[in-house]
Structures are given as structure tokens and as C-alpha cells.
Design a protein around this ligand. Structure first.
Ligand SMILES: C[S@@+](CC[C@H](N)C(=O)[O-])C[C@H]1O[C@@H](n2cnc3c(N)ncnc32)[C@H](O)[C@@H]1O
Length: 230
């Protein structure tokens, strides 16, 4: 059995997290969200946008997945959850269970996120824009805070260093105040080797870049997010 966390069948796993998980992954307080303009990039089947929209001035998500009707996405999301949960049962010792407790609870989080996402995607399609990094279909300086969860650095075996640099530059273009990225570990369970060089190239461009500890750990040791202040 491989020691990698997951062997991702397709290019990217279309599972999503809940608002509660996002709050921890990005150490988000109410002040970070209330009355602000938010973008979840690579939002996938996550419930962040749906719930954040209740507090924010505006909340939206971008993902290449978006476009088909909700009913057409449902079976793909179900299959991704099944796949992920099966892998988690086989590889549960590779993870830290302080937050979820056990695989069944994690599975309920995944289902809750997908259900909330599908309902909101059907009723507020305007919040979900088809597109992707490194060329987001989003205007310059159009959001306060942009988030990227479980995409950059995670898939560093198929997204190269140039892609990461271009993606983060594009996020810095659309965000007025902050870009937050979590986690910084890749699927092989170590911190991505792109974190430092990409952070350095953003600093050279004139952005403030820092690493911040967050109150969430699922991959052992992956407890930092990257923060870019454009
Ligand atoms: C593992 S999911 C994470 C979903 C969500 N951010 C979360 O943490 O729950 C990765 C997502 O990235 C999306 N994705 C893949 N390539 C992308 C790109 N170039 N730009 C934006 N999103 C992309 C996939 O479609 C997928 O929904």
C-alpha cells in the first residue's frame, strides 16, 4: 500500500469542506467575514460560500467544476466522497483525528458540505463561477479576502512551480487585503517544496508574505497557512 494519503483517481478530488472546517483551516473570525467581499478559489463542493454569504457583503466561488446543473454534479460528488472515505478507512493512521474523532464523523462532514453546496448552487448559481487559476474570471481588486483550500501545494505533483507562482500572483491581483492558502503540505505528507521559492518570488514582486499557525490539523504537521497581503 502506498504511503501517500490518496491516490487521486482523476486529476482532482471533488470533495468539499464545511464552513466550520474553513473557519479553522484559515483561522477565520467573524470580523474576517462580516460585511466583507469573499472569494473561495477552487471552491469545489465546499459549503463555505453558502454559509459565508449569510454574513458577508458578498461571497462567491470559482472552480472549473461549475456550470452543469446541480443534478448533474450530484453523482460525481457522491462518488468522490465514497472514494475518499474508503481511502480514509484504509489509511486512517496517516491522519490526526483530534478534530473529527473518527472516519464516520469526517464522512458526515463531507456529506453535509456537499448537500449545502448543491442546494446553494441550485438556488444561487450567480455565486458559482466556472473558471480557474491562474486566470481567474474575476476583476482586479474586487474582493477583500481570497481563500484557497486543498488545491495549491497539495497537488504539487501535477501543478508545477510556475503554475503556483502564476496562481498566487493572480490571487494577489483580485484580492485587496489578503489571500490565504491552506494547507502547505502535498499528498506525499511533507511541506511542498514550492512554498519557500514561491513566497520569495511574491516578496520580490512587492507583496507581504507570511506563514501563520491555524487551529486545525488533519495531515500531521500541516498547521500553517500562507498569507499574502497584496
Ligand atoms: C480537493 S477540492 C477542494 C475543494 C474546497 N476548496 C475544499 O477545501 O473543500 C480541489 C478543487 O480544486 C478545483 N480545481 C482544480 N483545478 C483548479 C484550478 N486551476 N483553479 C481553481 N480550482 C481548481 C477542483 O475542481 C476541485 O473542486
Amino acid at each position: 500500500m502506498s504511503n501517500r494519503e490518496f491516490e487521486v483517481a482523476d486529476d482532482f478530488l471533488t470533495i468539499g469542506r464545511t464552513f466550520a472546517e474553513y473557519r479553522r483551516m484559515f483561522d477565520l473570525g467573524i470580523d474576517d467575514l462580516a460585511g466583507r467581499e469573499l472569494l473561495d478559489c477552487g471552491g469545489g463542493a465546499g459549503a463555505f460560500t453558502a454559509t459565508a454569504a449569510e454574513l458577508a457583503a458578498d461571497a462567491g466561488a470559482v472552480d472549473p467544476l461549475y456550470g452543469p446543473p446541480a443534478a448533474a454534479l450530484e453523482s460525481e460528488l457522491d462518488a468522490a466522497i465514497e472514494y475518499n472515505v474508503t481511502q480514509l478507512r484504509e489509511k486512517r493512521d496517516l491522519f490526526v483525528w483530534d478534530f473529527y474523532g473518527d472516519v464516520d464523523t469526517r464522512s458526515r462532514y463531507l456529506r453535509a458540505a456537499a448537500e449545502r453546496f448543491l442546494a446553494d448552487y441550485a438556488t444561487h448559481p450567480d455565486r458559482y463561477v466556472a473558471g480557474g487559476l491562474p486566470d481567474l474570471p474575476v476583476d482586479d481588486d474586487s474582493v477583500d479576502l481570497a481563500l484557497v483550500a486543498n488545491l495549491l501545494f497539495v497537488y504539487d505533483d501535477r501543478l508545477d512551480r510556475e503554475f503556483h507562482a502564476a496562481a498566487l500572483r493572480d490571487l494577489a491581483r483580485v484580492a485587496r487585503e489578503e489571500v490565504r492558502v491552506f494547507p502547505l503540505h502535498s499528498l506525499d505528507r511533507t511541506r511542498s517544496e514550492y512554498v519557500e521559492p514561491v513566497a520569495e518570488s511574491l516578496r520580490t514582486d512587492g507583496h507581504r508574505v507570511s506563514l501563520r499557525e491555524v487551529p486545525y490539523e488533519f495531515q500531521p504537521g500541516a498547521t500553517e497557512m500562507l498569507v499574502i497581503e497584496p
